[in-house]
Design a binder for this molecule. Structure first.
Ligand code: BDP
Length: 707
């Protein structure tokens, strides 16, 4: 009775607190809101107390368990030395005294896996959360809490899970002055100026969030790197962050500017084959490891978009990477080397350049080098076919790099759940060396360009949190599916009411396709305005490098539209395995979503709908705009069903998205019509303004521009 009373008081308190403290989104998917009364007793009976050893990661795991239970069930589950009754949660590793005798099948779970099992210890009914290493226990605790968050039973549990990929890292494109390149969520969360003296508690919450989805590394700095971060006073700041992240199983990495020996120590050269240069890096890496013994390693963007690199000295990417890899190897460090290269001097199709440069280097990299390849060959477009390097470098471990921040998908305000995009890339069949070898099967890890910043809601919008969440889930299991991930996220972030999660998941699942439709339908790409990439710019043709201009990508003229990447064009399709190439190069077989990516076709070409290509394009633009209007209506219907502050923020953002989708649609149609000279199909409205009106729009202060 007393327990029931306490719970009623707890609910009352929670309701009052909820009213007074509107939710901001800061709590992410770890909100730990009180469960409904019918669940509470059932759960409480399974979490009466817990046992755990000391140790930083165990304390983090135990701390999370207490936090979750306090929030959701309303009490603090006491830590005890022993199992003193039913309902104990036993946290520990394979060698823990309470767990070892159970003989659990832990070995196959590796260093980071976990097992959650209902068991009987000393005659008491308990739940065991075990891993080979403490970090597995931490991951297991998050999974256990998720069972409560998503209202699953805690009886008869037998769950085991382990990450399929070893490297699961975020890439922060954060500058030392806290400016975030392509960041739409405020400043960098790394408050360098106050480090190492002050460690913002937010760093711990960042680590908790990442650990909850299994992210195990973070590259703190921009790939367009600043060598200063390698100076001793900066390494002291990095060390402070590493200390916060360590208990959560997260290693820190830094980006290395290839010319650092020149910039920091006045060396005459950064030639990777110069012994002095190699010595400099070895000493620098040794210094880093003295400060941060479990430092993860370095990430390098070399000879790409003006960054220095080995080609400056006529050396290959392998020679550059190996020199750094050799410095890291004695410490167990990893060198991540990006394959995102294309050169101003090279007139060939940009789509082909990374493959042309890297594929011949297969087998030439040291064992501790990971080559980091973007999901597509151009650049994080709303839709791209998978990168032809996947499967083409069997002797080189590859990471897939995706962009969580939405540089090309509407910044923070457009609701675009990227899960379906990543699933599409990961499930693409490389046919290398044989059918069934999907991208998911050939990669060793995943890197995600973070969308995290100093905004209260972390990601710039409530729904962009879902992309951070989904990134972690796909990194853990690249065979995962976007929809169940969306369901989990929606339940944890917005509550378990199916009347809420149903419409939210439906919105999410259709959202990325909507962006494709109103920005770059039918395989178009890279049509964004110059520099900041905010808004449409399909007419842009005056930039210094041909492949920076949208006209390079759509090639629209009076006769037709699209980029011929077949044998009659650049033949980029031939970089894929023959089966894939044959498919892409055949206009009848290519998936229509990639039609104009690989083919230049007349405006009168018949789309699969039977419409002309021109009409089909217009239909797609309108379909995209209509989808956003539909999302707005779905969201309006949720008023009062979710907390008001977050609801209002999403409502406002959807209105912005509706306007901007219309802008994209109108500007694109106005431009392409000026080229095609064709009438709009019946029932489709003319753009609101003349083409020149759209061309005149300037947004020089749009956020996140590279600098
Ligand atoms: C592009 C971004 C640019 C990055 C570059 C990269 O526009 O800011 O520096 O990618 O990945 O998408 O290096």
């Amino acid at each position: 009775m007393r327990q029931v009373l306490a719970f009623i008081l707890f609910l009352l308190g929670a309701a009052l607190a909820g009213g007074a403290r509107a939710e901001t989104g800061y709590d992410l998917w770890l909100r730990y809101q009180p469960v409904e009364a019918q669940w509470r007793e059932r759960y409480a009976a399974r979490v009466t107390h817990f046992t755990a050893a000391d140790g930083p990661t165990m304390l983090a795991a135990a701390g999370e368990l207490r936090r979750g239970v306090a929030g959701m069930l309303g009490y603090d589950p006491a830590r005890r030395e022993a199992v003193t009754g039913d309902g104990a949660v036993v946290l520990g590793t394979a060698t823990s005294p309470l767990i070892a005798p159970l003989g659990l099948p832990l070995t196959r779970l590796g260093a980071e896996g976990y097992l959650i099992r209902s068991a009987v210890i000393q005659g008491k009914r308990v739940t065991v959360i075990a891993g080979n290493e403490e970090v597995g226990v931490l991951y297991g605790v998050f999974r256990f809490l998720k069972l409560i968050q998503t209202r699953q039973p805690l009886d008869g549990l037998d769950i085991s899970d382990a990450p399929k990929l070893r490297v699961r890292v975020l890439n922060h494109w954060d500058n030392l002055d806290r400016y975030v390149e392509r960041g739409y969520a405020g400043q960098s969360i790394w408050d360098w100026q106050k480090l190492p003296g002050h460690k913002d508690p937010r760093y711990t919450d960042y680590a908790r969030a990442n650990a909850s989805i299994g992210i195990n590394g973070t590259v703190l700095t921009n790939v367009n790197a600043n060598a200063d971060v390698l100076r001793p006073e900066w390494l002291a700041k990095v060390k402070a962050l590493a200390e916060v992240f360590r208990p959560y199983g997260i290693k820190v990495y830094l980006t290395a500017r290839f010319s650092a020996p020149i910039e920091l120590s006045g060396l005459k050269t950064a030639d990777p084959l110069d012994p002095q240069v190699a010595h400099w890096w070895k000493a620098k890496v040794d210094e880093i490891y003295r400060v941060i013994p479990d430092f993860g390693g370095l990430l390098v963007k070399a000879n790409s978009e003006g960054q220095p690199g080995p080609s400056d000295y006529k050396r290959t990417h392998a020679e550059g990477a190996n020199m750094l890899a050799d410095a890291l190897a004695p410490h167990g460090g990893t060198l991540m080397w990006r394959a995102f290269v294309y050169a101003a001097e090279n007139p060939d199709d940009r789509h082909k350049q990374a493959y042309a440069e890297f594929q011949p280097l297969d087998g030439k990299f040291r064992d501790n080098v990971l080559v980091q390849v973007k999901n597509g060959a151009i650049d994080f477009q709303p839709r791209e076919p998978f990168h032809p390097l996947f499967g083409a470098m069997p002797k080189t471990p590859l990471l897939m790099e995706v962009q969580i921040t939405k540089e090309y998908l509407g910044f923070a305000t457009h609701l675009a759940y990227l899960g379906p995009m990543w699933e599409e890339a990961l499930q693409a069949d490389t046919y290398r060396p044989r059918k069934g070898m999907t991208v998911a099967k050939v990669i060793r890890g995943v890197a995600g360009v973070a969308n995290i910043g100093s905004d209260m809601n972390w990601s710039g919008s409530q729904f962009d949190q879902a992309n951070w969440y989904a990134f972690g889930r796909f990194a853990w299991d690249p065979e995962a599916k976007a929809e169940p991930i969306a369901k989990d996220w929606a339940a944890m972030t917005w509550g378990n009411d199916p009347a809420v999660t149903g419409p939210i998941v439906a919105m999410m699942m259709a959202s990325r396709e909507a962006v494709v439709d109103y920005m770059t339908p039918l395989g178009l790409g890279h049509l964004m305005a110059t520099g900041h990439h905010y808004g449409p710019g399909p007419w842009v043709s005056d930039l210094a490098r041909p492949e920076w201009n949208p006209v390079y990508y759509h090639k629209a003229d009076a006769g037709g539209i699209g980029f011929d990447r077949t044998a009659t064009g650049t033949n980029a399709a031939a970089q894929y395995a023959p089966e894939v190439a044959a498919n892409f190069a055949d206009r009848k077989r290519v998936p229509e979503r990639f039609l104009l990516w690989f083919h230049h076709l007349p405006w009168t070409y018949r789309a699969r709908s039977g419409r002309t290509l021109w009409d089909e394009l217009i239909v797609r633009y309108d379909r995209g705009v209509d989808a956003v209007t539909g999302m707005e209506a779905s969201w309006k219907a949720l008023e009062g069903k979710v907390d008001p502050r977050r609801w209002a923020e999403v409502r406002d953002f959807l209105a912005i998205q509706r306007d901007e989708a219309g802008w994209w649609r109108d500007a694109s149609i106005a431009y392409f019509q000026s080229v095609s000279k064709r009438p709009l199909p019946a029932g489709h409205a003319a753009p609101a303004h003349e083409l020149d009106w759209y061309k005149a729009i300037q947004t020089p202060y749009a956020p996140g521009n590279g600098k």
